[in-house]
Design a protein around this ligand. Sequence first.
Ligand SMILES: [Cu+2]
Length: 382
Amino acid sequence: MHVKSFVTSALVVLAQGSSVLGAPAPAPAFPSPATPLEVRDGDDMSIYSTPKTCTNPIVRKEWRALSSLERLSYIAAVMCLQLVPGKTAGTNKGVRSRYDDYQAVHIRMTDFIHFNGFFHPWHRQYLAMFEADLRRYCGYQGGVPYWDWTLDAVSEAKVMQSPVFDSFLGFGGNGGYIADVSNFPPEYISMVDVPGRTGGGCVTSGIFSLRPVSMGPGNSTAYNPHCLRRDISPWLMTQTLNSTVYNRVLSQPDFFHFTLVTEGTAPGVPAMTTHGGGHLGVGGNVGEIANMYSSPGDPLFFLHHSQIDRTWDKWQKLQWPARKSEIAGPDTMFAYPFDWFGPVPYQNVTLNSDLNFPGMGNTIKISDVMDTQDKILCYKYV
Ligand SMILES: [Cu+2]
């Protein structure tokens, strides 16, 4: 299936869907293909961990630096991945598509890849795999775009007008405002109570509002189709995603502090920085992207994490090549220095530590993903 035909289908679906955009959600009107799309590379999952000579790196650009056609091509490719059959439905019952495979592996791995030393390298490889699939299954030609939120976090008004929220050339906007979300089931509620939240309802604009999220919210890979929710806090975004916070992250003297400051030095809003700010700034109290487990159900996840990965790359390049081999942090979630809920036994991660993607790809070493243009990776940020 070629990009062009997907762009066309996207336009057709948008046109057809326009009448339901204002209707109350859930609106599970996303079309299913009559016949499964061709999965060209079969079950070959070794491609993600095959070393390559990196002569022509994939280019990852900022969302607004893409042309309109490039933005549509990316959106169409993500839609396409939501139509390509998944491969892990045997273990993850909620999987309906290749896109869902990514949500499922994140749900399953969440307790092993956050608030510890695996956070940066695991998400780096995760994005590279997602990018490889957009390209091999969906004919996408570019890299996973990043969302440089520092360009938006200058004011609350600007945040709401961010091009990533565009209903046509973006990922749709906020959910409708629900003042009281206290009656939501606990799995919907994010870890932190977010001040200044303005949504909470189902996303009502953009192509992704038409397709239900397959799994979650929360720590479950059972099939539970539900609408994509957002609960944007423009206030939180201006506090956590501005260039001052960004530069504080970048100026950390070693990886231990870099990764600590990226994930936050304490639970809660006052210590929140870039990573939490993107998730909770868009997801608020009940949005999918605010959910530690099921957040990749919101396609904006990938743009946010591309920016987080870009920041790591930028930080590395500030002292290159020394930082190409600098890794730190515990091998266990919420262990020191993330031991906010009491002491947790741990060991330090090393370059030799394993990164696991159950059902998705081979186990690799952290050392495999320390350079975006070496070993198994080949991409760059511009
Ligand atoms: Cu994550």
